[in-house]
Ligand binder design. Structure first.
Ligand code: CA
Length: 166
């Protein structure tokens, strides 16, 4: 299992306990994490920091999380993983329709969280924002910004000096 080095995760979640737990777990697995407790500060942080993935709680104190999905999608294709509560099927569907990539239903375990984030980061290798140098030839895709090589949709790990670690 690999964790992309220092990938930036923005957590938008108003529950302090949940936010702390996410921060602790994700930092412990090598991610850079920033947290915002409101939709407004989440959007500001998103624009300032350009995270690689957003974890977004839909029930925020100031704006509807769905609005945030919409606002982020207006300018960026950054993966968004919804943090939703059980029984909120309609909200989840709306969020996915608005362009969210995936969702986690609370309560969820660390392993599932990490798995979803890895999926989200893989999806981020799609040609997207236009500012990422990306080359494609047949099955081969090179993303210079993320220093990532994919062949046939699968990550190929490049180690510059230690081929035995492949
Ligand atoms: Ca909430």
């Amino acid at each position: 299992m690999s964790t992309p080095d220092g990938a930036r995760i923005l957590v938008v979640e108003d529950d302090p306990g949940m936010s702390r737990a996410l921060k602790r777990n994700l930092s412990g697995h090598g991610f850079q994490v920033r947290a915002a407790g409101t939709g407004r500060s989440g959007l500001e942080e998103f624009r300032r920091w350009h995270p690689d993935t957003v974890l977004l709680d839909l029930g925020l104190p100031d704006v509807d999380g769905l609005e945030l999905v919409h606002d982020i999608r207006a300018t960026a294709s950054t993966p968004i993983v919804i943090l939703s509560v059980r029984g909120a099927e309609q909200e989840k569907v709306k969020a996915l329709n608005l362009g969210a990539d995936d969702y986690l239903t609370k309560p969820f375990g660390v392993d599932e969280l990490l798995a979803r984030i890895r999926v989200a980061l893989r999806h981020a290798a799609r040609p997207a924002s236009g500012n990422a140098p990306l080359f494609e030839a047949g099955e081969v895709r090179v993303d210079l910004e993320r220093r990532r090589l994919q062949v046939g949709g699968r990550d190929v790990h490049l180690t510059p000096t230690m081929p035995t670690r492949c």
